[in-house]
Design a binder for this molecule. Structure first.
Ligand code: F6R
Length: 263
């Protein structure tokens, strides 16, 4: 795992946007796995800026979102579909046919989850997966006790997640209790993962996931088994990492080793 510690939210957004932009430039038909929530908003803003000012081209990009609330229609302002179009898709040139977001009101949910998995597979698999992390250590909506080999399915949200996400709803009772989510196993098949975290409320889950045991009680800890993960956190989210100094040292030396090896 590569752990990059930046000073603040703006810096993590810029760092992550550089990784995404390089990926798209080197493979224009990149398959992106996308997250919602507050954390990737700065990254999406930066990617929009790169699209407008520097011509970053999304015309061949294919996307798969991690999750969606069950029971919210696509145009519901709190649905993840609405979030993605409003904050990102409407502002870049990704074709509508290339966008995949789980359908929270599908009738045959089990079949739908299997189809979503097949769509990912048939597109060649996810090249780059963007993740946030929940306060309970979840990635996507893989709440504590989620199997680390789980696939796309319906999950019941924890009270903690419902409370955290109630900031987007009028009343806490309006927050859906269920979500359709890619599984940990689905996410682990992505060729590269970037996990972003900002703020002190993410310090404990980040420390648990990076330096704690691999456990279904913190589904993000599964990334320790992934061969190509970059974790980009700000100073506050890094504050419980024991080996912070070493991670900074590795980052500082990153270019040195590349220059020595290849020049
Ligand atoms: C959203 C998702 C969730 C969020 C997590 C953090 O698609 O998959 O796992 O990444 O709940 O949310 P924020 O960024 O709002 O703190």
């Amino acid at each position: 795992m590569e752990i990059i510690i930046k000073n603040n939210y703006s810096e993590i957004s810029i760092e992550a946007s550089g990784i995404v932009a390089n990926q798209i430039k080197s493979k224009p038909n990149t398959v992106l796995g996308l997250a919602t929530g507050s954390t990737p908003l700065g990254l999406y803003k930066e990617l929009i800026r790169l699209h407008i000012n520097e011509g970053l081209d999304f015309s061949k990009v294919i996307s798969f979102n991690l999750d969606e609330y069950i029971g919210l229609s696509k145009d519901h302002p709190q649905s993840y579909n609405y979030f993605m179009y409003h904050n990102f898709f409407k502002k870049v040139n990704i074709p509508a046919n290339n966008i995949h977001i789980p359908n929270g009101i599908s009738v045959k949910q089990l079949e739908y989850c299997e189809q979503y998995e097949s769509l990912i597979k048939n597109s060649g698999g996810i090249d780059l997966q963007i993740l946030g992390i929940g306060r309970d250590g979840h990635i996507a909506f893989n709440e504590p006790s989620s199997s680390l080999s789980s696939r796309t399915r319906i999950k019941t949200l924890t009270q903690k997640t419902i409370k955290d996400n109630s900031r987007f709803f009028k009343n806490i009772s309006d927050v859906p209790r269920f979500a359709i989510t890619m599984g940990v196993g689905t996410i682990m098949e992505a060729k590269k993962i970037i996990l972003l975290a900002s703020g002190s409320s993410k310090a404990e889950p980040i420390a648990q996931s990076v330096e704690g045991p691999i456990t279904s009680m913190h589904s993000a800890s599964a990334i320790q088994l992934h061969p190509n993960t970059t974790i980009v956190v700000d100073r506050q989210a890094s504050k419980e990492l024991k080996e912070k100094k070493y991670y900074n040292w590795v980052y500082k030396n990153k270019n040195v080793i590349y220059n020595q090896s290849y020049n």
